[in-house]
Design a protein around this ligand. Structure first.
Ligand code: ADP
Ligand code: ZN
Length: 436
């Protein structure tokens, strides 16, 4: 019988005690960040807030926000709160203009991350007997390493296969008898289809649970994946700026993701006014890291829209549950698990000598995202020789791949054929219907 919780003391702590713990940690952490991050200290000074003003969690809304632009402005090390040599790991994700943002971890931070990820694994029923096939991308992306650390700490056998090489994934599922699969939901769906194409059924593999996140997915997709791979599928939420996978995790109830509240405070705010909203009202999710040391963000605005539920969960955990993200307040797209900003695409086009007349078309076929960029040729670049057009398309595809890290299909069209709009240009056509 596997254990029910990884750290029961925290996961089932009465809510008033959680609040007390958060309050104490917030006061200490605010002072720590104020003292150690000059950029943020200046932000606080502008807002007229000092550590003396933050006496308990009731003062939370006096604390200035941090947002992605702050990470860009301080790239690479400007928001780090420890000396460089205490940083033992760097991860990165894309910024809005193609510039990476980087985050870092101390040994202690990695330990916290491992715990958060281990809680997720235990919540899906995993223990030392399990074989975890970690098919999230390894590298600067937090997915692969995040799950890896939690699974190792829990004592599972980890297969660090990373994403891709789909047939080998299935072969390993059969030969090594993996019991838990971790990857993006779209890759899980693709693996399910491949299994079928290979003439196999879920009976030929041993998976019992899947931990799928890093991008939006629907309940319908969940059921499809569960059927095609013969497992129970769980959602996991995270973001590079805050931690990576394991900020919030789903339990056996599959009804919202428990936020690891001993390490993070979550709030919902009105994205327009920045005012805090009561629990249960839909708003932008904001996180404060309470225990991280290398890259401790205060009130980080995620731009994800969601709702919080503080009702006690049937699983016994008391941590607040966040809904699946229901959309974003910015124009970031998540395509095959990778963050893509239209501005990154525009920048590439301009650099390559095109005008900003383009359309991004995202869809989903067989549970995999399709990604096309339609670009108008300029009169100077215009050609009706097929080979020339093809060569131009390939050149653009390569330039986009370098910046975005995923492949887009580029289609060049004749000048003046993309519809001009009178208001805001409709540059993105996304037919995926990801939010239920
Ligand atoms: P990750 O490694 O989790 O992909 P990124 O920083 O690249 O981290 O992207 C974070 C964003 O991914 C979040 O702000 C959110 O929009 C999206 N995301 C992460 N997990 C989920 C999830 N389970 N469901 C929907 N969207 C998610
Ligand atoms: Zn629960």
């Amino acid at each position: 019988m596997s254990r029910k919780y990884y750290q029961e003391e925290y996961e089932t702590m009465p809510r008033d005690k959680i609040r007390e713990l958060q309050s104490k940690r917030l006061v200490e952490q605010f002072k720590y960040v104020y003292d150690n991050v000059e950029y943020y200290r200046n932000r606080c000074k502008e807002a007229g807030v000092t550590p003396d003003d933050i006496k308990s969690i009731d003062d939370l809304d006096k604390i200035p926000f941090t947002c992605k632009d702050d990470l860009r402005a301080t790239y690479p090390y400007g928001l780090f709160a420890v000396p460089r040599k205490e940083v033992v790991r760097i991860h990165a994700s894309s910024g809005t203009t193609g510039k990476q943002i980087v985050v870092g971890y101390t040994k202690g931070d990695l330990d916290i991350w491992d715990d958060c990820a281990a809680r997720q694994l235990v919540a899906v029923g995993a223990d030392e007997d399990d074989i975890v096939q970690d098919a999230y991308g390894y590298g600067l992306f937090t997915g692969g390493f995040g799950i890896h650390g939690g699974a190792t700490k829990l004592g599972c056998q980890v297969i660090p296969i990373s994403s891709g090489n789909t047939q080998r994934q299935i072969t390993f599922m059969q030969d090594l008898k993996s019991t838990v699969l971790c990857c993006t939901p779209s890759y899980a769906a693709y693996l399910g289809e491949t299994l079928k194409e290979m003439g196999l059924t879920p009976k030929d593999i041993y998976l019992k649970a899947g931990i799928f996140g890093a991008e939006p997915w629907t309940e319908e997709m969940r059921r499809d994946i569960e059927k095609s791979l013969g497992l129970k599928a769980y959602d996991i939420y995270g973001l590079t700026e805050v931690l990576g996978p394991g900020v919030a995790f789903e339990c056996s109830e599959q009804a919202g993701m428990h936020v690891n509240e001993d390490h993070f405070i979550i709030e919902t705010i009105d994205p327009k006014t920045g005012k805090r909203l009561p629990d249960g009202e839909k708003g932008e999710l904001v996180f404060t890291a309470l225990t991280k040391k290398a890259f401790p963000l205060m009130r980080f605005r995620t731009k994800d829209i969601g709702v919080l539920n503080v009702e006690k969960c049937k699983c016994g955990r008391t941590f607040v549950r966040m809904s699946k993200p229901m959309g974003r307040t910015d124009d970031m797209l998540i395509i095959r698990g990778v963050n893509v900003f239209p501005s990154q695409i525009e920048e590439v086009l301009l650099k390559q000598g095109y005008a900003p007349n383009y359309q991004i078309i995202v869809g989903r076929e067989n549970n995999t995202d399709t990604f096309e960029v339609k670009v108008e040729m300029t009169p100077e670049k215009f050609s009706d020789v097929i080979a020339e057009v093809k060569a131009q398309e390939t050149k653009l595809e390569n330039a986009l791949l370098t910046i975005l890290q995923i492949k887009a299909k580029v289609t060049l069209v004749a000048p003046k054929t993309i519809e001009r709009s009178e208001g805001k240009a409709k540059r993105v056509i996304d037919t995926r219907k990801l939010h239920g």
